[in-house]
Design a protein around this ligand. Structure first.
Ligand code: LFR
Length: 475
């Protein structure tokens, strides 16, 4: 292992960041050099990501990164999964849609008419989520005929930086068009749903070089003097794949929850689990770094809390302090309603407290009377859904789970971690919070020869650098 630095661009559903990682004899240091909001934009045709705003934020952060570390060994980009832009030549055809846009229902119908869900599951191993890329593509209409390319969000940013088009495999695995066994594009399925195989870029694995920065990008970043020695390198470009790299776990005994906007709850396996039971439980087999499988289920996650806070702030004009709210939630006495955090009614944005109240009222459960009670009800509901998903993951995969690791922003939520320990009866280890960025940095560092070893070795380095907080179950 050597001495050097790399930069991670990590785009999340609520914010993006640029982080410099410094490696020295196996030790990891991190510095956040850029942070920017990610605010979706609604136009007459639906809900979109502000892609150019995000790209601008990434460039600003990278400029600061080069100022701090003129000899950056590489840059890696990760983001949420499934979303994409269609391209034609050098042009992006329109602004990428947000996966919470409701246009996808028609795509689901079209795809399932051609290939029923059970067949899809056999082929791609994915849980049903109405926004999986193949359903979105099937809802595109005319635009699809114009396109000669399709780039997932991190690959799109990589293309803007380098001019090179690739599809990184962990994220490609969330499209529904990757064969779960061969990890190659399922050209036959694509054709059947009207997607020309010619728009699907060549697949690459994490660690592969994507390309060198374009001359105008070097100039914009003030990095002309690097002489193009800072390539973009593919990482686990699906944020959850990067996060799982940095879970300091023993994969044969542990479950993980990558808890941000979503709570991704599961285990890591060597092979996909494609049983009827896995399909019925709506568990997914997504691609991990080093050919592993992320066998997991999407639980709604902190979205429930952030959307509630957004609603309260916009109706009252107050600004809500989250740690304060959670402290009040922890002090709530007596039972609160527990709702099904997997219910798709909670998927779209807007009016979250009302939707939660309606769900509970319709089932004769206590309806929260204050923000603190709402927050407590959300935490209890998430803890319950997480505990159940861990038990199901263990049962379906055969991994004997002794410990649950919580990484991502949710690791900061001590009430949630404790209630998860209580409800699951298992030890919960919380942290690191920045698992996604760390996983992104580690895969680059390994490609650059700054760290060595398999996932176990990388996880041992994470455990040494970021000691997790321990929660033991109480009765
Ligand atoms: C988490 C995540 C999930 C994916 C969802 C939508 O940020 O990437 O893994 O299911 O966002 O892309």
């Amino acid at each position: 292992s050597g001495v050097g630095s790399v930069a991670a661009v990590d785009l999340g559903a609520t914010s993006g960041r640029v982080i410099v990682g410094r490696f020295d004899g196996g030790r990891i240091g991190m510095e956040t050099v850029g942070r920017f909001a990610n605010t979706p934009v609604r136009t007459p045709d639906g809900l979109h990501w502000d892609l150019l705003g995000l790209y601008r934020g990434a460039l600003d952060g990278l400029r600061t990164a080069f100022r701090a570390e003129p000899r950056l060994a590489s840059i890696g980009v990760d983001s949420w999964a499934v979303d994409y832009a269609l391209t034609r030549g050098d042009r992006m055809l329109g602004v990428p849609y947000h996966y919470r846009d409701e246009r996808t229902a028609a795509g689901v119908e079209r795809v399932h008419a051609e290939a029923p869900f059970a067949e899809l599951y056999r082929r791609n191993g994915l849980q049903f989520l109405p926004f999986n890329t193949l359903y979105q593509l099937a809802a595109e209409g005319d635009a699809l005929g114009l396109a000669d390319g399709m780039l997932l969000i991190p690959d799109l940013v990589g293309w803007l930086l380098t001019g090179q088009r690739v599809a990184e495999r962990t994220n490609a695995s969330t499209t529904g068009l990757l064969d779960v066994r061969t990890r190659e594009w399922d050209v036959d399925l694509a054709g059947r749903i009207g997607v020309s195989a010619s728009i699907l870029p060549p697949l690459v694995d994490p660690g592969a070089e994507v390309g060198e920065l374009l001359p105008h990008v070097l100039q914009e970043l003030g990095a002309q003097d690097t002489g193009g020695r800072t390539p973009v390198v593919a990482v686990g470009s699906h944020d959850t794949a990067s996060a799982v790299v940095a879970v300091p776990m023993r994969a044969d005994r542990a479950a993980y929850i990558s808890c941000g906007t979503w709570g991704l709850v599961g285990v890591e396996t060597e092979r996909p689990v494609l049983t009827d039971a896995a399909r019925e439980a709506n568990f997914t087999n997504e691609g991990g770094v080093d050919g592993r499988v992320r066998f997991l289920h999407n639980v709604m996650g902190l979205w429930l809390l952030s959307e509630s806070v957004r609603a309260w702030e916009s109706e009252s004009g107050d600004s809500i302090d989250l740690p304060d709210l959670l402290a009040q939630a922890a002090a709530v006495e007596g039972p609160v309603g527990v709702f099904d955090a997997n219910d798709p009614v909670f998927m779209p944005p807007g009016g979250m407290p009302e939707r939660i109240a309606a769900w509970l009222r319709e089932r004769g459960q206590p309806v929260p009377a204050s923000r603190a009670e709402f927050a407590r009800s959300i935490v209890e509901s998430l803890a319950e859904a997480f505990a159940r998903a861990v038990a199901t993951a263990s049962e379906l995969s055969g991994v004997p789970v002794e410990t649950i690791h919580v990484v991502g922003g949710g690791a900061l939520n001590e009430l949630l971690c404790q209630r998860l320990a209580d409800r699951s009866g298992l030890e919960v280890l919380a942290g690191p919070v920045e698992a996604t960025a760390i996983g992104n940095l580690l895969v680059q560092a390994r490609a650059a020869g700054l760290v060595t070893g398999d996932l176990d070795a990388l996880r041992a380095a994470v455990a040494a650098a970021f000691e997790p907080r321990r929660h033991v179950p109480r009765r």
